[in-house]
Design a protein around this ligand. Structure first.
Ligand SMILES: NC(=O)c1ccc[n+]([C@@H]2O[C@H](COP(=O)([O-])OP(=O)(O)OC[C@H]3O[C@@H](n4cnc5c(N)ncnc54)[C@H](OP(=O)(O)O)[C@@H]3O)[C@@H](O)[C@H]2O)c1
Length: 269
């Protein structure tokens, strides 16, 4: 069945690849961007910034007025800050939570009345492997994704009665603009910073892994199947075997042992 789909953050990465594939598959796709976006293609472009509540309301209104329904909301847009917790600027922390969590909450709340009215709908929320384990020097990113996890688990039970499904996506490392964007949001460090050496060592591991990340098209192709699936799972972990295994072993191993493994991986001394 062809669907009316609203997806956030289509100027790059997963959003760009997924919106394009969904539209080519015949769905009616509305994709959001923040800045002017020179685009000629099958996706309907909407201006929306997750930290601007009015722009969120207007984007949802436009889709509802034009199509009369929203079958699928894909909460994809997000940013990735980094740095030691102690020296993270307040501004970065707020921006991280406002974009990844509160913005996603606002948009979901705008879409829910329409889905309730329809008696159906699917909301796909982008978490991360970092939403299932706290990652060193990515604390506020992890916190924003943990928030999405808790929110999604609670929402799933509240909206079951209206036939609305909530799906979580946990990607591993993929080659998107995620890494280059994070450079804008790194906490400032220097030789006088007591975290500097450890941060540099760990950041090196993070960036090496990201540079070997998979093509976002792989995830986009998987998402197309999830959107089309009649009985989707409530969570999809999409990444390398090591990333997938890390989620499993966290559940099995004693907390301390799992922490030693993560510390070794991230070169925590
Ligand atoms: N890449 C990975 O390895 C990875 C791993 C796990 C989870 N994820 C998650 O996957 C999702 C997509 O990220 P990506 O990897 O595709 O990164 P990306 O290439 O940087 O794309 C992020 C998108 O979000 C948009 N965005 C950022 N702030 C926004 C705001 N305030 N309002 C509206 N849109 C905003 C960006 O728009 P602008 O162009 O205007 O900045 C961009 O279109 C994110 O939720 C991310 O946390 C990614």
């Amino acid at each position: 069945m062809k669907k009316i789909i609203l997806i956030t953050g289509i100027s790059s990465g997963f959003g760009r690849e997924t919106s394009e594939l969904l539209a080519k598959a015949g769905h009616t796709v509305y994709g959001t961007v923040r800045k002017n976006y020179d685009y000629k293609g099958p996706v309907n472009i909407l201006k929306m910034d997750l930290i601007d509540a009015l722009s969120i309301r207007n984007a949802v209104l436009t889709v509802v007025q034009k199509e009369g329904r929203i079958d699928t909301l894909i909460n994809n847009a997000g940013i990735h800050t980094g740095g030691p917790i102690e020296t993270s600027p307040d501004e970065n922390i707020r921006l991280q939570m406002d974009t990844n969590f509160l913005g996603m909450v606002r948009l979901t709340m705008e879409v829910l009345p329409q889905m309730r009215k329809q008696g159906s709908g699917t909301i796909i929320n982008f978490s991360s492997i970092g939403g299932l384990m706290g990652l060193p020097f990515q604390a506020f990113y992890s916190a924003s994704k943990f928030s999405i996890e808790g929110f999604s688990e609670a929402l799933r039970m509240e909206v079951k009665q209206f036939n609305i499904k909530i799906i979580l996506i946990n990607p591993g490392d993929f080659l998107t603009n995620n890494t280059s964007n994070r450079k804008h949001f790194l906490a400032p460090t220097g030789p006088e910073d007591p975290y500097n050496e450890q941060f540099k060592r760990t950041l090196d591991v993070i960036e090496k892994n990201e540079s070997k990340g998979w093509d976002p098209v792989i995830l986009a192709k998987k998402l197309i199947k999830i959107v089309d699936c009649k009985n989707p799972r409530q969570r999809y972990i999409i990444g390398s075997i090591e990333q997938w295994l890390s989620v499993i072993i966290k559940k099995i191993l004693p907390g301390k042992v799992f922490r030693w493994i993560l510390e070794d991986y991230y070169k925590i001394r």
